[in-house]
Ligand binder design. Structure first.
Ligand code: EPU
Length: 419
């Protein structure tokens, strides 16, 4: 186990290149197994979730070759092996194997997903979707068994606009007989990315990115080449870190349209944001105003940026209120920020944050984005070194974090936890 050491107090300056999106990659890699020939994915992030997924596909018999940001997946010899335990438990997004295996083989036996458990994360809408497509779903000793002789298109209304359920239904329905309509579908950019890949594989999916998605099932899907969209959460985290350290950073290789909610909130606080075609420049200022933020489904403010945003709001003058309408108890970063001197209290699904200086401390990342909040906090501390444990969570979603921050002038290094 490693820990992250950060000596803060330096404004971040320079350019950071954003990698492909984690939450697309963890859907696109399993989506590739729906094809019967080779799929090539470009702009893949170098994060542990992708490495685990690549191992899972190899365990299932796929040939996987990784070369830098490119991965070649040949799923032609894949076998429908049950995966009740093991690596699937390391990932939240292993649930995408359910839709992908069901679509390809009419059967999937997959252990309940692991990953960041910042609060109970049900998959009832995924199951409801599979059942609507004609599958039988049973829970066998903690694993989900899903079988269907023939998947048939259906009209499915999602009770909550779930990203995972929308993608999982798209995966299975792309190989069903007839048409499927998903109503109240999630609209996140990652959903468009998955639909783009599936369409390039020969599927017929229309309306991804809106609340109604139509899928015409096809008998076969084939290989293709696809480049993954930039990671808007990683980009947003660097925007926040640049503002929090009063730095001047160009966040490059992004889609600024995906960043509208965070851009608006930073501007409201008094951060300078300059938008270009494929990049955004953040120029921090000496004083920020307290604001209210509501985390919602896309295009609202992303829940995944809620934790690092909490840290930034500690740098504003006055009292800010941050409310998470997606995950009402996603506040594991708050007690750790309190150890660093933050004045925050949680009431219901809101964090009430009073601005003030942070100090160095030994803290623990309890999940991926809580870890990002602590990294940003440590970067603002003027004296001393902050030690962050739980780095394995941060490595799930931040590609080359230490290298990127070092290039921006931060003093950050890893040490072995036993040292
Ligand atoms: N929900 C249900 N039933 C379901 C599915 C979801 O009630 O069957 C609820 C959840 O409890 C939550 C809301 O619906 O309140 C939204 O959950 P969603 O299904 O959209 O989340 P997810 O697909 O499991 C993805 C991202 C998360 C991100 C959320 C929300 C992936 C692999 N994960 O999760 O990313 O927080 O969407 O945008 O795409 C992260 O990157 O740190 C992360 C946790």
């Amino acid at each position: 186990m490693e820990k992250l050491m950060i000596r803060g107090g330096r404004p971040l300056r320079g350019t950071v290149q954003i990698s492909g999106a984690k939450n697309s990659a963890v859907a696109l890699v399993p989506a590739a197994i729906l094809a019967e020939t080779e799929v090539v994915l470009d702009n893949l992030p170098q994060i542990s979730d992708v490495a685990v997924y690549s191992d899972i596909l190899q365990d299932l018999g796929a040939k996987v070759e990784r070369n830098g940001d490119t991965m070649k997946i040949d799923p032609s010899r894949l076998i429908p092996k049950p995966m009740p335990n093991g690596k699937v438990k390391l990932l939240r997004a292993s649930y995408y194997l359910m839709g992908a295996m069901l679509g390809r083989f009419g059967e999937a036996i997959i252990g309940l997903p692991g990953g960041c458990n910042f609060e109970p994360r049900p998959i009832d809408q995924h199951i409801k979707g599979f059942e609507a497509l004609g599958a039988t779903v049973t829970n066998e000793h903690g694993a989900i068994r899903i079988t269907a002789k023939q998947l048939r298109g259906a009209k499915i209304y999602l009770d909550v606009a779930s990203v995972g359920a929308t993608i999982n239904i798209m995966l299975a329905a792309s190989r069903a007989k007839g048409s499927t309509i998903i109503e109240n579908a999630a609209k996140e950019p990652e959903i468009i990315d998955v639909a783009t890949l599936l369409n390039a594989m020969g599927a017929t999916i229309k309306g991804a990115g809106t609340e109604t998605i139509r899928i015409e099932g096809v008998d076969r899907l084939h290989g293709c080449r696809h480049s993954i969209i930039p990671d808007r959460i990683q980009a947003g985290t660097y925007m926040i870190a640049a503002a929090a350290t009063r730095g001047d950073v160009l966040i490059d290789n992004i889609i600024p349209k995906h960043m509208e909610a965070i851009t608006a909130k930073l501007e409201e606080m008094g951060v300078e944001v300059h938008e270009m075609d494929e990049s955004i420049r953040i120029v921090g200022g000496p004083h920020y105003t307290a604001i209210d933020v509501k985390a919602l489904v896309y295009p609202g403010f992303a829940t995944d940026l809620q934790s690092p945003m909490t840290t930034l709001l500690t740098q504003a003058k006055g009292v800010s209120i941050l409310t998470d309408y997606v995950y009402g108890t996603r506040f594991k970063h708050v007690p750790e920020l309190a150890r660093m001197g933050a004045n925050i209290r949680v009431e219901g699904r809101s964090a009430i944050i009073e601005g003030g200086k942070l100090n160095a401390a030994k803290v623990k990342a309890a999940d991926l984005r809580a870890g990002a909040a602590l990294v940003v906090a440590a970067l603002t501390v003027e004296d001393g070194v902050t030690e962050i444990t739980g780095v394995e969570y941060i490595d799930r979603g931040y590609d080359h974090l230490v290298e990127n921050l070092s290039r921006l002038g931060a003093e950050v290094w890893r040490v072995n936890d036993s040292e």
